[in-house]
Design a protein around this ligand. Structure first.
Ligand code: FAD
Length: 384
């Protein structure tokens, strides 16, 4: 993942993949970022393009059309996307949903959904958060009540990434409304075949403007029981929890990619711009701030690379992944703030990429479980 030296977990094949992915993003993603921000979502046509390049199924089994590669390839995609300055394309949500289905889906669900996820025909979303509850997932109110061979799904969700474009939404709902965690199930809603489903606003955000993040409404939506992920009720909460280490590590990876890009942008600026007859780079304050930013970046990179190595060895534990999430996002926000400051007034202008990096960074401390929740989880592991 390193911009400078190759981490121990990276093979020659990883490096080649990183190089070609960077070129693909430079040609197909970077030129569209501004337009996607303006329209509030990426072009649907980008998904099959990315699929053709191999970005949607790199780590899915070959039997379903994937490349069967290790998760290091997913790390590279996440890193390169954010390093390219894009936060619009909902690749990481796609990747999370794909791996839910691979890990828990029945053979029939995998055959029905995985090949179409890998080809870019299905754009997925995961809908857990509700207007009344986010951190306290066990308190969700959305219900899925059995009705013959169907469920009737009722409730509303909010802040759903890919919410406007998704055509397969994995919904967390209570199949047993009296129970807390054990009452939760995950149900795949195919939006094209479903009455009673509607999308709310594409929410206006302070950053991530190219990402469609939405409200979703379910009014007695009929969903076949065959869409219950894994086929057994009450498993949803533990299914969500057992994928969290990856989801949290990815946020740390995104942070490293963003910090690499912000630092490069800022160095270019401070070497060019002058004040009081000298380069901004020559002020001791600028030098110290940049030295601090670089140190934060490299310390974070080392830890995240270590987490990736643990993941690949199959022993990344949940508290360590929580550390990767909160630490990475915290450093990203601090570096964004200091880098923006070195741009002066230009840093506040949206025509400068640093302004977008700053605005995009903030949500990293909120989604994927807030940083307060991560600290709570780490603390719990210290008190056993
Ligand atoms: C851009 C964006 C994209 C998102 N994408 C998705 C998505 O695709 N799917 C999805 O389901 N959700 C998504 N979310 C929702 C996100 O995961 C939640 O916003 C997040 O989990 C926090 O929940 P909340 O907003 O309800 O805040 P709350 O849970 O109300 O928290 C408010 C504050 O209270 C603090 N707090 C809560 N509980 C505790 C506690 N026990 N101890 C200490 N402090 C606590 C929190 O840390 C926070 O500071 C997205 C959010 C955003 C902004």
């Amino acid at each position: 993942m390193s911009a400078r030296t190759k981490p121990a977990w990276m093979s020659r094949e990883h490096e080649i993949f990183q190089d070609t992915t960077r070129k693909f993003f430079a040609a197909e993603l970077t030129p569209n970022i501004e337009r996607w921000r303006a329209q509030g979502m990426v072009d649907r046509a980008f998904w099959p393009k990315a699929a053709e390049f191999g970005l949607l199924g790199a780590t899915a089994p070959e039997e379903w059309g994937g490349a069967g590669a290790d998760r290091g390839y997913d790390v590279i995609i996440a890193y390169e996307q954010t390093r390219a300055g894009d936060t619009g394309w909902g690749w990481s949500v796609h990747n999370i949903c794909l791996h839910y289905i691979l890990a828990y889906g029945t053979a029939e669900q995998q055959a029905r959904w995985v090949p179409r996820l890998i080809s870019g025909e299905i754009i997925p979303a995961i809908a857990m958060t509700e207007p009344g509850t986010g951190s306290d997932l066990q308190s969700i109110q959305t219900t899925a009540i059995q009705d013959g061979s169907d469920y009737r799904l009722s409730g509303s969700k909010i802040f759903v990434s890919n919410g406007q474009s998704a055509n397969l939404i994995i919904v967390a709902a209570k199949t047993d409304p009296q129970a807390r965690a054990r009452g939760i199930s995950l149900i795949g809603v195919e939006t094209d075949a479903t009455g009673g489903f509607s999308r709310g606003r594409n929410l206006a955000k302070i950053g991530m403007k190219g990402q469609d993040t939405s409200e979703l409404f379910f009014d007695q939506v009929r969903v076949p029981r065959a869409n219950l992920l894994g086929g057994q009720e009450g498993r949803g909460f533990s299914q969500l929890m057992s994928q969290l280490a990856w989801e949290r590590l990815v946020i740390g990876v995104l942070a490293v990619g963003a910090m690499d890009a912000m630092l490069a942008e800022t160095l270019t600026h401070v070497r060019q711009r002058k004040a009081f007859d000298q380069r901004l780079m020559d002020f001791q304050n600028s030098r110290f701030k940049l030295a601090e930013a670089k140190t934060k970046l490299e310390v974070t990179r080392s830890f995240i690379d270590d987490c990736v190595a643990r993941l690949l060895a199959g022993n990344l534990d949940a508290p360590t992944a929580s550390m990767a999430k909160w630490w990475g996002s915290q450093m990203q926000c601090e570096v964004a703030d200091e880098c923006l400051q070195l741009f002066g007034g230009y840093g506040y202008m949206l025509e400068y990429p640093i302004a977008h990096f700053y605005a995009d960074a903030r949500v990293q401390k909120i989604f994927g479980g807030t940083n307060e929740i991560q600290k709570e989880l780490i603390a719990r592991s210290l008190d056993t």
